[in-house]
Design a protein. Structure first.
Ligand code: SF4
Length: 718
């Protein structure tokens, strides 16, 4: 029995992995403060994929796009990839090769992938799917606090609060064990849908605010207005610990609750009630404001996250024990994945790639001249959009991601992937992206490898190996090392051993904002709670220097120690419903599936529970558009179409439909979503797309999502 952590979301529930009858493996919950002995159904069933017949166990290669992928040996596959990369770089320069990473990769993989891109490939063109996840909250957190860590406090602190506001987060479905920490506080849930979390809030005497999609900024401004108008702003805190309040307040002045009601559709009385509940809790037992993707995945997501942070600052929450602001990170290593260099503008330790001192420090650890490290690249969607275009990458290496399903305007992205000269995908199943590739490299899964993950509270965790990968499978680190060697880099620069990579990562992050230098294998093994920054060194004559479970208690990370208010104004979504597209589509996750579903759609219990895409529609809206319960509907936006079964819900908004994004083929919700980008975070507008909906015949069998035990191409990212 091996103690490790769940392969899926950022809660990183602890689990034991153990052999089960019939050569299979099973996952069982383990005691850990975050999950307190609980797992969701995804965690319980995670081990099923370890022995799944869909596992890839040999590299696949095709020499032209009209040919079938055929099994080859590793040397043939890696020699082919390295040869093509060398030729493309010689003909078109190093930026002709792009790299697309993932918030699901371990810290060690994220680190080595960033180093591989910059040194072995010499390219600036690296970004990752975390750009589609937490980047707006990251940008807002950095500008407000000078540092971004999803939750700057342990998740266990939440249960002591009197009130928690959840803006655009649905943990009752996406990370159910988190609800155990939210059972005592009164919940205020901001979501256009009556989600399971919103219903739980209402059932327990909380509040559900259901704004029109894309009006969250106005709602946050209305709450700030209502809180101060009721005398609940913490003026002493604002004076002592922040700057910029007056200019931010000027933006909130016009947003009296009746004005907010006109724009958001949320009743003025509810705005006042919510502001009072939060403000009184701030003065009482404590309050938290937490944001999720619903608030952040917009072309104005950074400003919306800033609006929620402004509210939290005005109430005096951040940097106080028992209160705070946080972002609920989504992907398993969404936190660590954004800290160690696979983001276009970052070097390890959350260092800025444009900072000369940061470049020097990292270059010294890498043993290169700072000038050898390329400058900033372009964001994830821009990278995908540029594939095969003049001046854009002609080759793409994908690790742990499936942009053919998970990127916005996914049909367009599939066209761009097809426009490359070389597409290489490392994955353990044949995802939609892998099915388009020239070379597919079969890699190990979570329970077959060592490494570290950083959960949503910035706590670094040990991922332990429970079993060997199947014969023919290599780890991502071995793949990177093998390619780097073939590109002429010395073996010592790209070790394939996770412990060696962690040692280098610790050195590269020493003194950085996300300092991992004190995170030793021994401390991890001992189960110490190591939230970064965790600097190396010892207390005088005593134990190792402490890690940092709670940030900002003494001051914020700006030079003057004060948090920054950011003046933000409401602006409408990039695309409004209108003629031809009268409804708003918003998308999200469900209980049974994870991201684009490569893993969860193959797991029998999960696939049976939620076998295909569905669309949630109000009965009146359904009647108006000729839809019937459980019938099929075609949704169409300006970018594409999808098919989904109709689910009628009386609690749905009449102007909005909802579809999960876990499915591929004809049921790909992201074929409809809008790639309009946030000007700061470069986050696409996943949450608002203008659509029309109409009855449709059932999808053809080949267009349906693949069954759990298919041996053909299926969908989803890791
Ligand atoms: S998916 Fe998330 S909530 Fe569910 S068991 Fe895994 S880590 Fe826990």
């Amino acid at each position: 029995m091996t103690r490790t952590h769940c392969p899926y979301c950022a809660l990183q529930c602890a689990m034991h992995v153990e052999p089960a009858p019939g050569g299979r493996w099973a996952a069982r919950p383990a005691d850990f403060p975050v999950n307190r002995g609980g797992l969701c159904r995804k965690g319980w069933t995670a081990a099923e994929l370890l022995t799944h017949p869909d596992r890839l166990t040999a590299p696949l290669l095709r020499t032209d796009r009209t040919a079938e992928l055929r099994p080859v040996d590793w040397d043939t596959a890696l020699d082919h990839v390295a040869g093509r990369l060398r030729a493309l770089r010689a003909d078109h320069g190093p930026d002709a090769v792009g790299v697309f990473g993932s918030g699901g990769l371990t810290n060690e993989k994220s680190y080595l992938l960033g180093k591989f891109a910059r040194l072995a490939l010499g390219t600036s063109r690296i970004d990752y799917n975390g750009r589609f996840c937490m980047s707006s909250a990251t940008a807002a957190g950095n500008r407000a606090f000078g540092l971004d860590r999803g939750l700057p406090f342990p998740v266990t602190d939440l249960s002591g609060a009197e009130t928690v506001l959840l803006a655009g987060a649905n943990p009752a479905e996406t990370m159910p064990p988190l609800m155990g920490h939210l059972s005592a506080p009164r919940l205020i849930v901001v979501d256009p849908r009556r989600t399971a979390t919103a219903q739980a809030a209402l059932d327990a005497g909380g509040i559900h605010l259901a704004p029109r999609p894309g009006t969250d900024t106005a709602l946050a401004l209305g709450l700030l207005h209502a809180a101060r108008a009721q005398g609940l702003a913490d003026e002493d805190y604002i004076r002592a610990r922040t700057t910029g309040f007056e200019t931010a307040w000027e933006q909130a002045v016009p947003w009296w609750p009746e004005h907010a009601e006109q724009v958001t559709g949320v009743g003025a009385h509810l705005v006042r009630d919510a502001a009072r509940a939060l403000g009184e809790a701030a003065r009482g037992q404590g309050a938290y404001v937490l944001t999720g993707r619903g608030a952040e995945q917009h072309a104005k997501g950074t400003d919306t996250a800033s609006a929620w942070i402004n509210l939290a600052l005005a109430l005096g929450l951040p940097g106080r024990r028992g209160s705070g602001y946080g972002c609920l990170t989504g992907q398993g290593n969404g936190q660590g994945g954004r800290e160690h260099g696979q983001k276009a503008d970052q070097l390890p330790g959350y260092r800025k790639i444009t900072d000369p001192a940061a470049r020097e420090q990292v270059a010294a650890v890498w043993g290169v001249d700072p000038a050898d490290i390329p400058g900033p690249g372009i964001s994830a969607y821009e990278l995908l959009e540029a594939l095969g275009a003049p001046g854009g990458p002609r080759a793409l290496l994908v690790f742990g991601s499936n942009p053919a399903v998970s990127a916005p305007a996914a049909a367009r992205v599939r066209d761009r992937l097809a426009a490359t000269d070389l597409l290489v995908v490392a994955d353990f199943v044949l995802s939609e992206t892998a099915a388009l590739a020239d070379v597919v490299l079969p890699v190990a899964q979570w329970a077959e490898e060592e490494g570290t993950m950083t959960n949503l509270e910035g706590r670094v965790l040990r991922r332990r190996k429970a079993l060997d990968p199947p014969p023919g499978v290599r780890t991502d680190l071995e793949v990177i090392a093998g390619l780097a060697a073939r590109l002429g880099r010395p073996a010592r620069e790209f070790p394939a051993d996770a412990g060696t990579v962690l040692a280098e990562l610790r050195a590269a992050t020493a003194g950085a904002p996300a300092d991992y230098s004190g995170i030793t294998p021994e401390r991890l093994e001992a189960g110490e709670a190591l939230h970064w920054p965790a600097p190396a060194g010892r207390t005088p004559g005593g134990p190792p220097a402490p890690a940092t479970p709670r940030l900002f208690l003494e001051g914020f990370a700006h030079p003057d120690g004060r948090a920054r208010f950011t003046p933000v104004a409401h602006r409408p979504p990039a695309e409004q419903p209108g003629e031809g597209f009268p409804l708003v589509l918003t998308t999200g996750r469900t209980m049974g599936h994870y991201q684009s579903g490569a893993q969860t759609r193959r797991i029998g219990e999960l696939a049976e529970a939620e076998p295909g895409a569905w669309v949630e529609v109000h009965p009146d809206t359904a009647a108006e558009h000729g839809l019937s319960a459980r019938g099929w509907a075609r949704l169409t936006s300006r970018r594409g179409t999808m098919l989904a079964r109709v689910r009628l819900r009386r609690t749905a908004r009449r102007d909005t439909v909802f579809a999960p994004f876990h499915y591929g083929g004809a049921q790909t919700a992201n074929d409809l979503t809008n790639p309009a980008l946030d000007p700061v975070s470069r986050m696409p507008e996943f949450k608002v797309a203008a659509v029309r909906i109409e009855p449709a015949p059932p999808p053809a069998p080949e267009a349906a999502p693949h069954p759990a035990r298919s041996t053909g191409p299926t969908g989803g990212s890791r």
